[in-house]
Design a protein around this ligand. Structure first.
Ligand SMILES: Nc1ncnc2c1ncn2[C@@H]1O[C@H](COP(=O)(O)OP(=O)(O)OP(=O)(O)O)[C@@H](O)[C@H]1O
Length: 338
């Protein structure tokens, strides 16, 4: 188990990571997300021992590192996977994976498991981005690290590749049974691949929980907005139900919210029906075509903006009238009115 307590990192007089606490089970994947500059890469570097820490402790089985007693990177047995793959261009796939490896059988195991068998003798320049990242992962896993750090491993790949490869990486990490921390800018990736998601804000963990909880019960408006489209509409919370201008829903209060509140709505918590001019309860502000669906921004008659996702078959132009209704039956997060 990886355990991090009160980990802080300063650059000069600026605190970049502030008292980070987390514990990861042996095969757990934690997705780390947050706005640019919030400290994600710094956390990975601190865990790998590449930069000094200011306070706190990192413990993993055989070793324990603190500001007073640092452990050098080569003694930590941490595997790292980067967005730029970091392969040796003059070596073949097999030689890259074998590099500094004692047990060649493990190289073969991961080469086969990651579908690279036919590419053993290829040089990196002849591989696609996805294949290169598989080689980098095979090399990392073949060294039997006690824990793995992935810094945006898919950000240099195109969207079609990402979808499959994120699952292949997840499966390989699970097969290896080592804890992993995976930094991503992609909220969909964070929610779909992670066992847990950590949302960082200015060097502090704002929420650390399962993807479902982070998404549907965010601990703050910041987390709600960071993990997807979020609309907040005024309502009144009483006896577990929140009443709004577009319908009722069961409510889960955040920070003891009660009485006059704001209800968090995700785009699929609401239905949209186009109506004749003069009817309905709102007007389309803009529409974004997404392929299988359309995302509508609707200005309600009280001025609140709500985003709604509807089938691509739903057609309504900006300026036209619509009827919105809350359609969800699961509890929605409710925040104190700002
Ligand atoms: N070597 C350094 N010296 C001084 N400040 C640094 C150094 N490296 C990073 N920083 C600062 O520390 C903060 C956190 O940087 P970090 O790279 O960890 O953020 P990040 O969350 O990974 O950002 P991004 O999403 O853009 O990759 C930023 O304000 C950055 O400017």
């Amino acid at each position: 188990m990886l355990s991090v307590s009160n980990l802080s990192v300063d650059y000069g007089s600026t605190r970049v990571v502030d008292k980070l606490n987390l514990a990861l089970a042996d095969d757990e994947i934690l997705m780390l997300v947050g706005p640019t500059g919030c400290g994600k890469t710094t956390i990975l570097q601190a865990l790998a021992g590449l930069i000094p820490i200011s306070e706190g402790e990192i413990t993993l089985g055989a070793w324990s590192a603190s500001a007073q007693k640092p452990v050098p990177p080569e003694k930590r047995n941490v595997g790292m996977v980067f967005q730029d793959f970091a392969l040796f261009p003059h070596l073949t796939v097999q030689q890259n994976v074998n590099f500094r490896l004692k047990d060649r059988a493990l190289a073969d195991h991961w080469i086969e498991l990651l579908g690279l068998g036919a590419l053993r003798h290829a040089k990196p320049a002849t591989l696609s981005g996805g294949q290169k990242q598989r080689v980098a992962l095979a090399r990392t896993l073949a060294h039997e690290p006690v824990f793995i750090l992935l810094d945006e491993p898919l950000s240099n790949l195109d969207a079609a590749l990402k979808d499959n490869l994120r699952w292949e990486i997840r499966n390989a990490l699970k097969a290896a049974g080592v804890p992993a921390i995976w930094v991503t800018h992609d909220q969909e990736e964070a929610l779909s691949v992670g066992d847990r998601v950590g949302v960082l804000k200015s060097g502090k963990l704002e929420q650390l929980d399962t993807p479902e909880t982070c998404f549907s019960e965010p601990s703050s408006r910041f987390v709600a907005r960071f993990l997807g489209e979020a609309s907040f509409i005024p309502g009144h919370l009483e006896q577990g139900r929140v009443r709004t201008a577009i319908g009722d829903a069961p409510g889960t209060p955040v920070d003891g919210a009660t009485g006059a509140v704001d209800l968090l709505l995700r785009p699929d918590d609401v239905s949209l029906i186009p109506v004749a001019d003069g009817g309905g309860n709102g007007e389309i502000a803009w529409v974004r075509y997404e392929g299988g669906a359309r995302l509508f921004a609707v200005t309600l008659d009280d001025g609140t903006e709500v985003k709604v996702r509807a089938s691509h078959e739903t057609r309504a132009e900006p300026g036209s009238r619509v009827q919105l209704a809350v359609i969800t039956t699961h509890p929605l997060a409710v925040f104190n009115r700002e």
